[in-house]
Design a protein around this ligand. Structure first.
Ligand code: GCV
Length: 722
């Protein structure tokens, strides 16, 4: 009899597994929320702790929380979890808030310091039963807790004696979509825009809900729907209704909608003759527009603005400052609780001696002049999302202004969709960098989370890598970059390695024989890209405009400071941009002790060497080798690292589904070909400039320089002359 019961139970698990299995092949659509059946031992271990679910459905957020737990637990454990109105068994899971659940209220949990979005997960005894409670002060905290609880199971962590509490360190955790209303995505390598503006507001694609689930699962709570440089159409009533429809889908998941606005909108769609921020009619127009938006979207987040940069209109068109422009918009939103995220990424019409200095020069003098609901959104580095840059000198330099981080998730400069480069180490490097603004330990993370200068309004934005590709991000590994962005926006002190491991387990497999080498591969992938693209502090060597492939020789761009030759400054004598005090003096935009370090070539970390210094080719590196030798060695190392990544992956065949395995293998092949191209083209070019022979033992480029220079790419994704 016992045997028959066991057999029956096995059959049931098997049948449930079949139900939980996808109707389609593994195609990456489910992201890290795959909820596939766990190994039998895990199922056996967890099942007693998932005997029933006590969850409310009085609000949309409560309903989606309950649904997600049911969906996740039934997938992972192979059978549906019964719903109960109160605890009747050991192993019940109770989710909610003191307001939604009298049981939670009765437990008198210490929820006070969890803030609006935090949660607590605890094993307790209630009604005489051992249960797990997932509680927040608000519904959204309980939803975040539910996702964390599922993550514990997905990554096979123990759940029998839980006592976890967590709350986000950063208030606004936002994706910026560079999506145009015609469906094109700038720097998009994953297909077209997922917003089907044409069919909105009537058709709300199911994908929008899955987008919201994915974001909520990692704590993202805002989305800027349209491109920072898009026109004013998004602010017309028709399009606001479309945006409102999306906001309606996202609301239950705690995600607010924001819009990028064009500074000249009052002229373009408002019929005014000016967009001068000090003009009362302009101010009235924006106030009325804000009222109109909030009537449609009561929880609207606010505006993102790119002004006076790369041809965009802005307050400087009227002789006003960025603060005048930002404050005028902020005032229009203030009564409704909205914010302005004003970008510091500016290009002057006439670049002075150093493009990297411009944002600091324009914004530092404005510190303290922004209204309370303005955040200044700065890219992580002073130039433009390069494979490696020092942190932006504005971090730590504007104590009276909330500084918001902008990371690029889409890999404009790091191999598009096909180079499996994990950006976690890049983000972590920047967040952990010490600004020394208030002495040691003044990290960028502390600037961003507001703790350094006591700001309550804090934010982190990521330029999304999401499109209509079935796998959302153009490749499975690019999903990890969306994931790590969200996790670090929640807590910028988390380790990118831990996050990588979490992601691998949820996305692919918990088998340590798979997890360990893949995490190692991911952790080395960004350094490999730096090596084969822009080692030793070089940057912006990419092809003109489209940024695909190497073109260190290129001088075709209209603006001097868009050209690779502007950045590397290589000549017969040496290479690098002198930003020391004898050069552009960009070093003095950093705190004095850091400036002194960067100013001194001996103390400058070699990873930033050619960012701060112009040095002779025979300069002696710490290794004792010449700069030229070291440069060639780095380029070569990058290619070898990619070969190593391919070898690693080759040994992993059979651990995961064939569909995703094959795509990663194919993309690694592309990456290796392109890494070799990068190495060879850059070495061929720099050799032509330096006139030096290749150091002994290094293979010469596969083709002459003229071959690399002859390549052209008219149809690169994510870029065109729109
Ligand atoms: C959204 C760089 C990128 C552009 C991007 C711009 C910005 O110039 O190449 O694609 O445009 O930065 O961040 O505004």
């Amino acid at each position: 009899m016992k045997n028959r019961m066991c057999w029956l139970a096995t059959l049931l698990v098997f049948a449930a597994a079949l139900c939980a299995a996808p109707a389609h092949a593994e195609d990456g659509y489910d992201l890290w929320l795959r909820y596939r059946l766990l190994a039998p031992a895990q199922v056996q271990h967890y099942r007693p702790h998932a005997a029933e679910l006590v969850a409310g459905d009085a609000t949309p957020t409560q309903t989606v929380t309950r649904d997600e737990l049911q969906r996740g637990l039934s997938g992972l454990l192979g059978s549906a979890i019964p719903l109960a109105s109160t605890v009747t068994h050991d192993g019940a899971i109770v989710v909610g808030t003191p307001a939604s659940s009298s049981l939670i209220a009765g437990l008198k949990l210490d929820l006070q310091d969890l803030g609006d979005d935090g949660y607590l997960i605890r094993s307790v005894v209630a009604n005489g039963h051992a249960i797990t409670v997932i509680a927040g002060r608000n519904d959204i905290g309980a939803l975040y807790g539910a996702f964390q609880f599922l993550r514990l199971l997905q990554t096979t962590q123990p759940i029998d004696r839980l006592d976890l509490r967590d709350a986000p360190h950063i208030k606004l955790r936002v994706l910026d979509h560079w999506d145009y209303l015609n469906g094109q995505v700038e720097r998009g390598y994953a297909g077209a825009s997922i917003w089907d503006w044409w069919k909105l507001p009537d058709w709300r694609a199911p994908r929008y809900t899955d987008y919201a689930r994915a974001n909520a699962s990692i704590g993202i709570n805002g989305t800027v729907l349209n491109h920072v440089s898009s026109g004013a159409t998004i602010l017309t009533h028709d399009y606001l209704q479309k945006a409102a429809a999306l906001a309606g889908v996202f609301r239950a998941y705690g995600i607010r909608v924001y819009l990028s606005v064009r500074f000249s909108a009052p002229i373009e769609i408002g019929g005014l003759k000016t967009a001068d921020p000090l003009n009362p009619q302009v101010q009235a127009w924006w106030h009325a527009k804000a009222d109109e938006i909030y009537a449609l979207i009561p929880d609207f987040g606010g505006f993102l603005v790119k002004a006076d940069s790369e041809g965009q209109p802005g307050p400087k068109d009227y002789g006003r400052t960025h603060a005048d422009g930002a404050n005028m918009l902020a005032d229009a939103l203030a009564a409704h609780g909205g914010v302005v995220m004003w970008r510091s990424f500016v290009y002057a019409d006439k670049p002075d001696d150093d493009r990297a200095k411009q944002a600091y020069q324009e914004f530092k003098p404005l510190d303290g002049r922004f209204h309370a609901n303005v955040l200044l959104q700065s890219k992580n580095g002073p130039v433009d999302f390069q494979p490696r840059e020092p942190f932006h000198p504005l971090f730590g330099a504007m104590p009276h202004t909330p500084l918001m981080m902008e990371f690029e998730i889409t890999k404009e400069y790091l191999g598009f969709a096909t180079h499996p480069v994990y950006l976690g180490p890049l983000y972590e490097e920047v967040l952990a960098a010490d600004t020394l603004a208030h002495g040691k330990g003044s990290t960028v993370a502390k600037v961003i989370d507001g703790s350094l200068d006591h700001h309550a309004l804090t934010g982190m934005a990521g330029d999304a890598n999401i499109g209509t590709d079935r796998n959302w991000s153009g490749s499975d590994f690019n999903q990890a970059n969306w994931y790590v962005f969200g996790r670090l926006a929640w807590n910028p002190t988390l380790s990118s390695r831990d996050i990588a491991e979490e992601w691998v387990r949820m996305t692919f497999s918990n088998n340590p024989a798979f997890v360990k080498p893949v995490v190692a591969m991911m952790m080395g992938s960004r350094e490999a890209a730096v090596d084969y693209m822009t080692p030793l502090g070089l940057l912006h060597l990419m092809g003109p405009g489209h940024h695909y492939g190497p073109a260190p020789w290129d001088a075709s761009e209209a603006e001097a400071d868009w050209r690779p030759v502007y950045y590397h400054r290589a000549d017969r004598q040496g290479i690098g941009f002198d930003r020391s005090r004898s050069g552009s003096d960009a070093v003095d935009q950093y705190a004095p002790s850091l400036a002194a370090q960067f100013n001194d070539v001996q103390q400058t970390p070699e990873q930033f060497l050619l960012y701060f210094h112009h040095l002779p080719w025979n300069y002696r590196m710490r290794s004792g080798r010449t700069l030229w030798y070291e440069l060639v060695a780095h380029y070569t190392q990058g290619v070898e690292d990619v070969q190593q990544m391919r070898d690693t992956w080759q040994h992993l065949d059979g651990y995961i589904d064939a569909e995703r395995y094959r795509q990663v293998a194919a993309f690694l092949t592309i990456q290796q070909r392109e890494a070799q191209w990068w190495r060879d083209a850059c070495i061929a070019y720099f050799q032509s400039v330096s006139g030096l022979p290749l150091p002994p033992g290094f293979a010469p480029p596969q083709h002459p320089l003229a071959y690399y220079q002859s390549l052209s790419f008219p149809y690169v994704p994510g870029f065109s002359s729109w």
